[in-house]
Ligand binder design. Structure first.
Ligand code: G4P
Ligand code: NA
Ligand code: NA
Length: 191
């Protein structure tokens, strides 16, 4: 997506450890017009899938997920993060390990908002190692709902998440695909 790539080029900064900081429009300050375009793009890509709900994980996935739900006219659920201790029988849960932060969070979605006939679209701001999406897939599996795929704002294609999901047959649509962050420079994959 051209506008997104331009925003990354203009405002993105590369931190040590191959981290792309995009606090100017996605992870702290949010650019609503850009997010609306992101949501419109995901809605178009998954238009024929019969999506009934959008799922994401708090907090940075919420902005793009809400715009996608607005376009598809379906509800948006953000899985909540807790310390791994939390147990609750009214919740579907999965443990998500963060390689970046070296912590495990338990994510949960209330059974109250899951319908057995749901077909869900997973949205997230970043796809790196794929742990957040794997957690949502685990919950979808427990709940017995269908999954149309994952819509990702920024894919770090040099990390294993996207390929691992594709190898499992999961449709992954990423609006920006980053080939490298080496030497503090953002290089995009060729389309
Ligand atoms: P993953 O397996 O879910 O793909 O991610 P990973 O453990 O590698 O990263 C953990 C957290 O760091 C995730 O956010 C992920 O979105 C974020 N992240 C990974 N790489 C980058 C990056 O290059 N830039 C930025 N800005 N974020 C990155 P989180 O802690 O789960 O959530 P949130 O509260 O920020 O939504
Ligand atoms: Na995220
Ligand atoms: Na994040």
């Amino acid at each position: 997506m051209r506008e997104l790539q331009e925003k990354i080029e203009q405002y993105g900064t590369v931190l040590p450890g191959n981290v792309l900081k995009v606090d100017a429009f996605l992870n702290h300050q949010v650019d609503p017009e850009l997010m609306l375009k992101v949501g419109q793009e995901f809605a178009k890509l998954f238009a024929d899938e019969g999506i009934t709900k959008v799922w994401t994980v708090e907090s940075s996935g919420i902005a793009p997920a809400v715009m996608t739900g607005l376009e598809l006219k379906v509800p948006v659920i953000f899985a909540r993060k807790h310390k791994s201790l939390t147990l609750n029988q009214n919740m579907y849960t999965a443990d998500v390990y963060s390689y970046t932060k070296k912590t495990t969070n338990r994510i949960s979605i209330s059974k109250k908002y899951v319908d057995a006939n749901d077909k869900i679209l997973m949205i997230d701001d970043f796809l790196a190692n794929g742990q957040a999406v794997e957690g949502m897939l685990e919950i979808a599996d427990q709940a017995g709902v269908d999954v149309a795929g994952a819509g990702i704002v920024i894919e770090k294609s040099f990390q294993p998440g996207a390929q691992e999901l594709k190898d499992r047959g999961i449709r992954v649509e990423s609006l920006a695909r980053i080939k490298s962050l080496a030497d503090g420079k953002v290089t995009f994959m060729e389309d």
